[in-house]
Structures are given as C-alpha cells and as structure tokens.
Design a binder for this molecule. Structure first.
Ligand code: BES
Ligand code: ZN
Ligand code: ZN
Length: 490
C-alpha cells in the first residue's frame, strides 16, 4: 500500500473511493469540512451530528453517501489524546479496507490533538494504519487472504504541511514495519520456528540491515558454561541458540543493550502446563522477537546509537533428557540455582543473557520477557510491568511509554523480596513462592545484573486475546515502539 500526502489544492480526493474524517465528540460546527467537501454534504453531516440520539461514543464509525465516494466519520473524544487519534485512525482505516474500498483519503487535519505537533500526529497515524491493516496469513489459502488497500492519501489543507508530513509518514511506517516483522515471528507456530530458525531469521534481517551478528550454538554455549539456557533446552530435540546482534559504531561505548526471552515453545517442561491454552505458549519468544525488531528499527532509521541485542533462544519440553524439579544448575555467571519448577524457565535463560550483556559494558540494559502469569493477574493486558535497579532508566522508559502508546507501570523491587528466592541447597532458587510472582522473578534476574537496568514483563501485552482498535487478535509486537521511542529521545 502506498501512503501519499497531498494538499486540498491538488484535489486528489476525486480519485479515491472513501474519505475518512474525525469528528470530536459533541462538536456541532463542522465548518472546517467546507475546505474539503461540498456545501451540501457538509450540511448533511452536520445535521446528523446535531440530531438528538446521534451516536457519540469514542471510535464509533458512521458512513454517509458523498459526491462519488463514501464518507466515513469516526468519533474522537472531546479533547483527543494521541492514543485516541491512533485508535480512531487505525480502527477506521481497517474497517474501511474491510468494506472493500481500495483507495482511501484521510482528512489529516480532522485528526487534531492537543498533544504533539503535526509531525508527531502524522507519524502516529501512518504507524497505526500499517499496524491495523496487518494480517498473519501465510498459512491461509489464497482466497481467504484479505486484500490490502492500494493507496491511502493524507489530505492537508495547507500545502506547507505536506513536505513535513512525508518525512513523518516514512518514519512511522519504518517503525510499524519492524513491529509487524516482530509480530510475524511471534505469530509463527513453534514447529516452524525452533531456535535454529529464529536465529536464521535474525541473520537474514541483520544482513539486510547491515547489523553484525554472532550466533552461539549448543557446543559453544557448553564451552561458555551457560548452564541456564542449556538446562532449559536439554529436554528438547531442538538445539538452543544465543543470538547476539550489534548495531552502530563499535568504537563508541554501547548506549543500550536489549535482552529478550526467546522460548520458542514453553510446555512447562516436567512441571508441565495444563493443556488448556498451552498452544499460546508459542508467544513465549515475544521478548526476543521484540529485540530483533528494535535493532531493525534502529538500523532502518539510521539512529545515532550503538546498541547490542541478545536473544537466548530455547524450547522448554519434557522428556527423558529434560531438567527436573530439584536439579541444581550452574549459571553462566557462576551462580548456583535450585530449580524448583521447570516452568520458571525464562529467568534461567535470561540470567545467562543478562550476564553476557555485561561483556559489552553497556551504559544501560533493558530486558523484555513474557516472564510471569502473575503479571497478567496484577496488571491485565493493558500495560507493561517495569522493574529495575535505576530510577533514571525507569523514568526514561516511562516517558517513552506515554509518547509511544505502549504504556508501562512500575512495580517495586525492594531488597525485602530477596528472601523469597533464597535456597536451602544452592545460592538461589528459581521460584519465589506465594505472592509477588512478577517481583520475585525480576529479583531473580537482578542477581545477574551489574549495570543500570530495567526489566519489562510483557506477558499480558505481547498477545491480544481479541481485536483491539489497531490490533487484530494475536501478536502485538509490544516493546518495539516503546524502546524505539526511548532511543530516539536520547
Ligand atoms: N511463559 C510463562 C509465563 C506466561 C504465562 C506468559 C502466561 C504468558 C502468559 C513462564 O515461563 C511461566 O510459566 N512462569 C510461571 C512461573 C512460576 C512457575 C513461578 C508462571 O507464571 O506461572
Ligand atoms: Zn514457563
Ligand atoms: Zn515461559
């Protein structure tokens, strides 16, 4: 699909078959529309919105017969926030595409907000359009794949806005392309994406983006004594991989390292999960996939940063060779861990990944993981949990959260929680007992960290259980927009 930016003077509106515009809740005077549409049409729309009982709920879509096109109006809240604009725009473009329109025009000026400037707004709109139109359909027969839009034109009243908007569209689309790259990986079933294949996909991406990559296989991991990832992987016939990517000037210090959980399938292992819902555990590599997406965006936007991405990838399976509850393992860092539950595997391979990150002497590290069911219980599916050892790092992430639409909420990581992971037989154990599951998991990770660090638990946000305004059911690619924003603010 092509996204174009034009001004009213070019009157490109005629070439499209649908026109999308935002109407703020309770607004009776739609005079501004006269710059774009005929007097007659504007009157009709105005009349509808002033009629008692007209729908005024946020994100409601209404259609009107226009002069050759169909007009779709979407209701924005009274003082629209940037997220409101994202939702309304993404939701409506997706809806209109479903009505088999192929060429649509969006009246960009009608999606106004108090937050941000024109570029921010256009960037956000372009971003969500690609997110909303995304479908995961490689396994669907041809006739069941949805047809994409051909063109989407952003129409501006002022020709001066067009040049600025073009650049913003390009940036927005680059980000969403990476989010969708991440979503593809997360949606792909585990039989098609074992650790070896995840590493291949990372290589392909790295090659395309001029990112350097090093992939450690099982033998090398054994030499490095990476006991965490090896233990998790040992029950599976699929070999583990530790994927390490690097983007930026290698002579400069590393600004950020990102570490992502890459469990390509989490059956729970010997502490096996209930079969109900187990199929969803293909998304247990969403953190790792987000790290790949983040590196991809940084490279495609040529951001002036030096970053490292680390993805420990393994499959957690029960078998005669699997690790057992009660086993004691030695982590890459040299710490001993008593395994009380083989389903608490994420922290084991992340512990090794976080330890490896230290080699690069990063200024700060962020890890992303679908780490705990407790996170879903505590915060649901709306917000990412953030915990860490450095208020400045956490603040950066919170600010990026407000701007990107991927919001975060902090949980405490006080030393008091350490008692819950003390072991009788080893230095620490991999479960923290009753209460505070997200916190004790983060406390476990903290034992492998020697730098300013934040941990993001994305168990609730990496997968949408149902359609959201600009996401279909399935992978969301959470983390890519958030941490791209954080890097760009730097
Ligand atoms: N991958 C799961 C966490 C998870 C649960 C992610 C639901 C997404 C949705 C993780 O490996 C896990 O199983 N954690 C256990 C830890 C427990 C055994 C201490 C959990 O949360 O139940
Ligand atoms: Zn698990
Ligand atoms: Zn897991």
């Amino acid at each position: 699909m092509q996204i174009e930016c034009v001004s009213t003077k070019e009157s490109a509106i005629k070439e499209c078959d649908a026109i999308i515009l935002g109407v703020t809740e309770g607004k009776k005077d739609l005079g501004f529309l006269r710059d774009f549409l005929s007097e007659n049409l504007v009157k009709r729309i105005e009349k509808y919105f002033t009629r008692a009982g007209a729908p005024i709920r946020k994100n409601d879509i209404l259609s009107f017969d226009g002069d050759g096109q169909i007009i779709y109006t979407v209701v924005l809240s009274k003082e629209p926030s940037m997220e409101n604009i994202r939702q309304a725009c993404g939701h409506t473009v997706d809806f209109v595409c479903g009505q088999v329109h192929r060429n649509v025009a969006v009246l960009a000026d009608s999606f106004g907000t108090k937050e941000g400037n024109l570029t921010d707004r256009v960037e956000a709109m372009a971003e969500v359009i690609d997110l909303a139109l995304y479908r995961f359909d490689p396994f669907k027969p041809k006739d069941q794949k949805r047809k994409d839009l051909k063109t989407c034109q952003f129409i501006f009243r002022d020709g001066k806005d067009v040049t600025k908007a073009l650049k913003a569209v390009e940036i927005g689309r680059t980000v969403s392309e990476s989010v969708n790259f991440t979503r593809d990986l997360v949606n792909t079933p585990s039989n098609e994406l074992p650790p070896r294949v995840l590493a291949d996909r990372a290589s392909q991406m790295a090659k395309e983006c001029n990112i350097s990559i090093k992939i450690y296989d099982e033998k090398e991991l054994q030499k490095m004594k990476m006991g965490g990832i090896l233990a998790v992987s040992q029950g599976s016939v699929q070999e583990p991989r530790m994927i390490v990517l690097e983007y930026g000037d290698p002579k400069k210090p590393v600004d950020f390292a990102f570490v992502g959980k890459g469990v390509t399938f989490d059956s729970g292992g010997i502490s096996i999960k209930p079969s109900d819902g187990m199929e969803k555990m293909k998304y247990d590599m969403a953190g790792g996939a987000a790290v790949l997406g983040i590196l991809r965006t940084a490279a495609k936007l040529s951001l002036d940063v030096h970053i490292v991405g680390i993805v420990p990838a393994a499959e957690n399976m029960p078998s005669g060779a699997a690790y057992r509850p009660g086993d004691v393992i030695w982590m890459g860092s040299g710490k001993s861990v008593e395994v009380l539950n083989t389903d608490a595997e994420g922290r084991l391979l992340l512990g090794d990944g976080l330890f490896l990150a230290e080699r690069y002497k990063p200024k700060m590290v962020v890890d992303l993981a679908t780490l705990t069911g407790a996170c879903v219980v505590a915060l649901g599916t709306v917000v990412v949990a953030v915990l860490g050892n450095d208020p400045k790092v956490i603040l950066k992430i919170k600010e990026a959260g407000e701007l990107s639409g991927e919001r975060v909420w902090e949980l405490p990581l006080w030393d008091d929680y350490f008692d819950q992971i003390k072991s009788d037989v080893a230095e620490i154990k991999n479960v923290g007992g009753k209460g505070g599951g997200t916190i004790t998991a983060a406390m476990f990770l903290k034992q492998f960290v020697n730098y300013p660090w934040a941990h993001l638990d994305i168990a609730g946000t990496a997968w949408a259980e149902e359609k959201k305004p600009y996401f279909q059911k399935g992978a969301t690619g959470v983390g890519v927009r958030l941490l791209t924003k954080m890097m760009r603010k730097q």
